[in-house]
Design a protein around this ligand. Structure first.
Ligand code: ADP
Length: 450
């Protein structure tokens, strides 16, 4: 139960707003939903105890508008704010205003966020915490410096925005000519997307796996890892399906990665729920890529195999409570897979917003659906295309895959196109079944056939 926090304003929308409202209620708190004019038909505003309209549909004028969110907090007397993922979740400026205004930001301190949000600074922190990183440069000033550095580490290299996120602002250069051409493109894109044109260079790892570690840390120095997640099913560096535990790494590597993640989290003074992301090569060498100081879309797979309610712990930690679980209490039971159901064409991934004319959500043993959609709901075109997360659990990976197929087949969404057929194809793919897939699988195997 919450002791200090009474009323939480949920500064988000969609499934994660619903997820947070549920957790607040289960802990005896009150919730405030905020919604834009484009989200008047959203269910999260009906599920919360209170709701406030925060402005026009474009997120820059509503969910991303700090003055609007602060006014809503003031108006409703909320004493804490839950940012979810995206929008203001990793905005250190917003977190610092909350700190100064005596509003509890449910996440790490603004100081930690400004460090984890800057990939170049985070790489430096990883070195200090003795966590392996990919060879790379500090942010480069110009093409000359970039060429010099790339020739030292060898092509191909990846140009990455220091302030990057969501797979945006990344470019692969295979040789000098490409570097000359792509550096200004990457810098322009970084400036346009993040208001920060700093770009750095990293060795491009061929066909890596993306494996990440879930962290929970309280305000008293207790830090634990709550399972790893395999997120290598990606299209253009964006995750589509995640599973836990990773079917690839050994117990020994798993433990080493967990401990490295804890070291990093402690080093940056992290509190709350966060994720340390790694790339893993074929020989199971792992390299830090970044820490996300917030809840991740794919957190439910960790919850399903450990029984740890991560959002509930985020709230309790922010409430000043001690982490009541030790590392030795965390045990893994079975296997879980999450399918991101997006309103997108399953072949081309082009967005497909519209009205849901018929809906049936799958259920039964080992099936969880986190969603905000309902029959008759019109999906607004302004926000991301995630409409539901289907999470399945099985005693073994094979059982989870069979349950996943069953649940995907009974999931009825009519009126819009969704990624359900894509997931069914993934579950039949020999490389997926043999556990040997990496981040190149979707781009190589699924998109070439079009
Ligand atoms: P973002 O914050 O934009 O999501 P990340 O640093 O988390 O960016 O990387 C996203 C994805 O990009 C990774 O999961 C991986 O597929 C790919 N990636 C990132 N860095 C490298 C690298 N050095 N070599 C190969 N692939 C990479």
């Amino acid at each position: 139960m919450l002791r200090k926090i009474k009323r939480v304003l949920v500064a988000n929308r969609g499934e994660i707003a619903v997820r947070a409202i549920r957790a607040v209620r289960e802990l005896g708190g009150e919730s405030v939903a905020v919604f834009s004019e484009g989200d008047k038909n959203s269910i999260h505003k009906d599920l919360a105890d209170f709701s406030v309209c925060i402005g026009p549909a474009p997120s820059s004028k509503s969910y991303l508008s700090i003055p609007s969110i602060l006014s809503a907090i003031d108006l409703t007397n909320a004493d804490a704010v839950y940012p979810g993922y995206g929008f203001l979740a990793e905005n250190s400026h917003f977190a610092s205003i909350c700190e100064r205004s005596n509003i509890k930001f449910i996440g790490p301190s603004s100081k930690t966020l400004s460090l984890t949000g800057d990939k170049a600074a985070a790489r430096q922190a990883a070195i200090e915490a003795q966590v392996p990183i990919i060879s790379g440069s500090p942010p480069v000033e110009d093409v000359k410096e970039a060429l010099e550095f790339a020739s030292k580490i060898g092509y191909p290299v990846l140009l990455k925005a220091a302030a990057g996120g969501g797979g945006r602002g990344m470019r692969v250069a295979h040789n000098e000519q490409e570097m000359v051409r792509l550096l200004p493109v990457a810098q322009r894109e970084a400036e346009a997307s993040f208001g920060d044109k700093r770009v750095y260079i990293e060795k491009y790892i061929l066909n890596p796996k993306h494996i990440e570690i879930q962290i929970l840390a309280d305000e008293y120095g207790n830090v634990i890892y709550v399972s790893d997640r395999e997120c290598s099913i990606q299209r253009r560096h964006q995750k589509l399906l995640e599973e836990a535990p990773s079917p690839f790494i050994t117990e020994e590597v798993r433990k080493k990665m967990g401990e490295a993640a804890v070291r990093f989290a402690k080093h940056v003074g992290f509190t709350g729920a966060g994720t340390v992301e790694f790339l893993v090569d074929k020989d199971m060498n792992f390299y830090f890529i970044e820490m996300n100081g917030r809840i991740q879309v794919e957190h439910p797979v960790s919850e399903m195999i450990t029984g740890v309610d991560l959002v509930s712990w985020q709230l309790r930690i922010a409430d000043g409570q001690k982490l009541g679980i030790r590392q030795s209490d965390i045990t893994v039971d079975g296997h879980a897979i999450e399918f991101r159901i997006n309103v997108e064409d399953p072949e081309t991934f082009a967005p497909s917003p519209g009205t849901i004319t018929k809906l049936f959500l799958p259920g039964g043993y080992g099936v969880r659906v986190d969603t905000h959609i309902y029959q008759g709901y019109t999906i607004p075109p302004f926000y991301d295309s995630l409409i539901a997360k289907l999470i399945v659990w099985g005693k073994t990976r094979e059982e989870a895959i069979e349950r996943g197929k069953r649940a995907l087949k009974e999931f009825i969404v009519e009126g819009v196109k969704t990624t359900i057929p894509f997931h069914l194809r993934t579950l039949e793919h020999p490389q997926f079944l043999s556990r040997k897939y990496d981040t190149s699988l979707v781009d190589k195997e699924f998109l070439k056939t079009r």
